[in-house]
Design a protein around this ligand. Structure first.
Ligand code: KIV
Ligand code: NA
Length: 265
């Protein structure tokens, strides 16, 4: 009854076992996913969108993400908790990355961090790993770079495929324990998965990766719009809307609270 470790994930790849990852941002849902046996929970900078209401992940700050990470870490027992380093908190230098990652480990209670990019962040990965911080990499559609990518679109088509594979190998050499592949063609993700010893985690990357990840609100049908690669496993939007409007009706009509939900003297 201990937490999943990066060694467990490496062993799963050697055995050819696939595993699921979900995002989490608060105590109650993190606890549900921990109980469901989700081995890895990511406190994604997608909190920018689903928690804080920003249009992109660019504005969210370390100060906004650290408390969410702490809530997830405090309320889980088994899941490995990975914290996303937000835009602008690690690109400047390996030293900046170490200072930021240390906050997520010490104040946030995370067991690993994630950052976006290939060659440009390889030195960051090296320093973090040498300092004792496991690093999950992230290639393909890297939302923090939406302004240079020119939108949210499939990455790694055509000539860009070879560059992505090269970046993945460099990140593995730098010491990353896994790599997220977001919105890339399935055959490229399969090729990367076959050529790396570390697990690949797909999102919009087809079925050949070692693991899969989804934003939980997308997976559970709470998000208003979802990408083509999302499958929704529940309709929480409808369930919550129904609950809220029934509650509202009962307050207005006086049906709630009744004797059962009130105290006698
Ligand atoms: O922030 C996030 O939710 C992510 C995953 C979708 C990989 O980076
Ligand atoms: Na992210």
């Amino acid at each position: 009854n201990r937490r999943v470790t990066i060694r467990d994930l490496a062993a799963a790849k050697r055995r050819g076992e696939r595993w699921p990852m979900l995002t989490a941002y608060d105590a109650l849902t993190a606890r549900v996913f921990d109980e469901a046996g989700i081995p890895v929970l990511l406190v994604g900078d997608s909190a920018a969108n689903v928690v804080y209401g920003y249009d992109t992940t660019v504005p969210v700050t370390v100060d906004e993400l650290v408390p969410l990470t702490a809530a997830v870490a405090r309320s889980t027992k088994r899941s490995l908790v990975v914290a996303d380093l937000p835009f602008g908190s690690y690109q400047a230098s390996p030293e900046q990355a170490l200072a930021t990652a240390s906050r997520f480990m010490k104040e946030g209670g995370a067991q690993a961090v994630k950052l976006e990019g290939g060659h440009a962040v390889a030195r960051q990965v090296e320093l973090l790993v040498s300092a004792g911080i496991p690093v999950m990499a992230h290639l393909g559609l890297t939302p923090q770079s939406v302004n240079t990518l020119g939108g949210y679109r499939v990455q790694g088509r055509g000539e860009a495929a070879a560059d992505l594979l090269k970046d993945a190998k460099e990140l593995e050499r730098a010491g990353a324990f896994s790599v997220v592949l977001e919105c890339v063609p399935s055959d490229l993700a399969a090729q990367v998965t076959g050529q790396l010893d570390i697990p690949t985690i797909g999102i919009g990357a087809g079925g050949a990766t070692d693991a899969q990840v989804l934003v939980w609100q997308d997976m559970a049908g709470l998000s208003p719009r979802v990408a083509k690669f999302v499958k929704t496993y529940a309709d929480l939007h409808e369930t919550l809307r129904e609950a809220a409007s029934t509650y509202a009706d009962e307050v207005v009509s006086g049906a709630f609270p009744d004797a059962e939900h009130s105290y006698a003297s």
